[in-house]
Design a protein around this ligand. Sequence first.
Ligand SMILES: O=C(CCC(O)(O)[C@H](Cc1ccccc1)NC(=O)c1ccccc1)N[C@@H](Cc1c[nH]c2ccccc12)C(=O)O
Ligand SMILES: [Zn+2]
Length: 494
Amino acid sequence: MESNYATSKICSFKNATKCDLALEPDITELFAKSQDPEELRHLWVEWHRAAGARARDNFTQYVQLDNEAAKLNDFKDVAEWWQAEYEVADFEAQLARLWEDVKPLYQQLHAYVRRRLRDKYGDQVVSQKGPIPAHLLGNMWAQTWNNIESFTRPYPDKKEVDITQAMQEQNYTALKMFQMSDEFFRSLNLTAMPEKFWKNSIIEKPTDREIVCHASAWDFYDGEDFRIKQCTTIDYEYFQTTHHEMGHIQYFLQYRHQPVIFRDGANPGFHEAVGDTIALSVSSPKHLRRVGLVSGDAEDEQTEINQLYKMGIDKIVFLPFAYTLDLFRYGVFRGETRPEDYNCHYWQLREALQGVEPPVNRTEEDFDAAAKYHVSADVEYARYYVSFIIQFQFHRALCQLAGEYVPEDLTKKLVDCDIYQSVAAGNALANMLKMGSSRPWPDAMEALTGQRAMRADGLLEYFRPLHDWLRAENQRTGEHIGWEPSKIQYCTSE
Ligand SMILES: O=C(CCC(O)(O)[C@H](Cc1ccccc1)NC(=O)c1ccccc1)N[C@@H](Cc1c[nH]c2ccccc12)C(=O)O
Ligand SMILES: [Zn+2]
């Protein structure tokens, strides 16, 4: 399945004889740039056929085999095996509670984006009250909506902050992105990338062979060999991904003195949150100005709403996507979802939680879940849902330590925080990372944030001004909040 995903190719919409388009970089770039619903639909359908439908039989077999492995490890099924990593009895209940906390904010953002897409594509393509067609959101899985920011942001007349364009104009290279990330970590008094890292990593897509392009970070458990493999392209998304992967490497470096058994994240979400927490500082206007990716100051209310919107279509919209992916797979591993219901249940969850619908009717010939890397590669996904919650708890604690955030002080707001060069913040982060998985994760969380539980309060505090703005704006335009059932057919049986 992983090899099928990594080598799948589809034909171009504009040139039916050009059939060598790979997901990275070709389809990803087309999907990010195209504003032609027909081309986007073509790319969506062809990719879901090649990487999704084609994996259905292997996936069905993998479920049986992986559940057998789970039982041999004294678990009921793979769902229980995956959840054991979080060491709390009510993990799924906690995920559900976190979703209830964030859902109102998501529904406001969803309603606003649906209106802006309807303004652009018309109400024959985007309905007033229904789910949003998934192929119009700038990302193959609609997991982050950054690529539609340019024509949906709240205040379009405010100066456009196009990081991708600035990076390309300044001739950024993959190596420069890695060196900048390494320098950020060193500015916090964290550990520099060792010499083997620079020698052994693969940071650009090779031209002589096919590799798994999906980014990954590797610990060779010898205390000196650590590597990243990614097919970097010069754009904002890979700027984020580079910090994400470097966060994994920094965690490896910080716990390399632990016994091997403890050289892991406090829980899988912690490992995913390190790089993204740093990236929250890097993507702040203050830091982007510091490194020359954004010019001018323009610190006014409208610019701040645009900035929070840009962060929100990355971080808020990701949560229902991540939640759906593993709610679906928990049901599959438990046998609640049979193979003949795979695609129907997948889309029922995506419509119910994310308020999106497929661009065309689906049948059980399709298997759209496997069109996402982690499903084809047997990688658990709840870790990212946890990460997108706790990274705001980490960010708030680090910002306070850096003197960058003072509650109730309007000159020290969370959205403006950049912990760059704060040794106090870096030392606190290092002390948590050094524990690895040697302590229960509530102890690690408490060491850095004073809290012992996952809570949405950090995220909700960060986005509060955006939430207020969205409620007022949706009220002003009389937007329907939430979505009515989809008219697309994707459950052939019932
Ligand atoms: O999948 C990734 C990055 C890949 C990974 O670094 O998480 C990688 C996935 C993987 C796991 C197992 C085998 C092969 C790939 N995880 C690691 O490399 C990793 C390293 C150490 C410990 C655990 C995982 N990001 C997610 C979503 C995401 C979270 N933060 C982001 C920031 C920018 C862009 C995307 C994301 C995605 O693309 O859907
Ligand atoms: Zn990761």
